[in-house]
Design a binder for this molecule. Structure first.
Ligand SMILES: Cc1cc2nc3c(=O)[nH]c(=O)nc-3n(C[C@H](O)[C@H](O)[C@H](O)COP(=O)(O)OP(=O)(O)OC[C@H]3O[C@@H](n4cnc5c(N)ncnc54)[C@H](O)[C@@H]3O)c2cc1C
Length: 249
């Protein structure tokens, strides 16, 4: 079954009846083609704008829209560009790429480092705003019925990331995303293994970031790399990010 609602209200009702949100379809149409699809494309959720002290990314904006929007910070545009190649990023959406993210998702790791907040709506319930870092590991409990309508990012921090890949075409086997606020607050996120990126540090300064990175990679073992390797290399990636952020400050 396929539905294409024109209002948020109608979409929420269809989701409450068991529908599954369809955004770019890059993941969904491969994994769950039999689902009762609720196509989000006609909903007014695709704008990218500055609102107050935040960037507000509409849930159905594509990563390519982010790349092309010159009003957005360069690091955010570059994050979207690096996450997925064309033509996939012309299809993948801001929210779809978070729901479908695994631990190697640069998009999820970068937005988590920036302390992104999700606006979540459900039929006949008050909307909620949830930190991405709290939601990502529990997202399968929110699904189904909840709809992400937007992602809010603070204006203040800058973001830097480093990855290790077997080849430029491969997904990262290790990544570090570091966000730094003007007064020193620093968030470090690691990824490359598991179901979601991992928050290693959220501190008032960068102090201890390398040790935190090493600790966060403690059990980071999978078929791509050993935990020992990731424990050794993660602090190096974090150090490089911090040096670049310092140099740009
Ligand atoms: C060939 C290929 C290569 C890929 N490479 C990478 C990669 O290198 N890095 C990476 O990070 N990812 C990669 N991915 C994963 C990709 O990022 C996701 O498949 C894609 O971003 C999903 O976005 P979408 O908009 O197409 O979502 P869809 O496929 O439409 O939906 C994905 C999931 O999100 C749910 N959903 C969508 N929108 C909402 C919403 N607003 N509220 C609540 N739930 C919602 C859907 O119900 C579904 O469960 C790859 C995928 C493919 C097919």
């Amino acid at each position: 079954m396929y539905e294409r609602p024109r209002t948020l209200e109608e979409a929420l009702r269809l989701l409450d009846e068991g529908g599954v949100p369809l955004a770019g379809g890059l993941f969904l149409l491969r994994e769950k083609p039999q689902a009762r699809l609720v196509d989000l494309r006609d909903l007014p959720l695709s704008t990218l704008e500055k609102r107050g002290n935040a960037w507000v990314l509409g849930a159905t904006a594509t990563l390519q829209q982010v790349v092309e929007d010159e009003a957005l910070p360069d690091f955010l545009r570059e994050l979207a560009r690096t996450t997925l190649p064309h033509p996939q990023r012309a299809q993948a959406t801001v929210a779809g790429a978070l729901v479908a993210a695994d631990g190697a998702s640069l998009w999820a790791a970068g937005l988590m480092a920036l302390d992104a907040r999700l606006a979540l709506h459900r039929w006949q319930e008050a909307p909620r705003e949830v930190p991405l870092g709290d939601w990502l590991p529990l997202r399968h409990e929110w699904h189904p019925g909840w709809l992400i309508t937007q992602v809010r990012l603070p204006l203040a921090p800058r973001l830097c990331w480093e990855t290790v890949r077997r080849s430029p075409a491969d997904r990262p086997l290790l990544l570090a995303a570091v966000a730094r606020w003007p007064r020193g607050r620093t968030r470090v996120v690691l990824g490359g293994w598991g179901d979601a990126p991992h928050l290693a540090l959220d501190g008032p300064t960068p102090e201890g970031a390398e040790i935190a990175a090493r600790n966060a990679a403690h059990d980071a073992e999978d078929h791509l790399a050993s935990a020992e390797y990731r424990r050794e290399v993660a602090p190096v990636l974090v150090r490089r990010c911090l040096a670049r952020l310092e140099a740009e400050a």
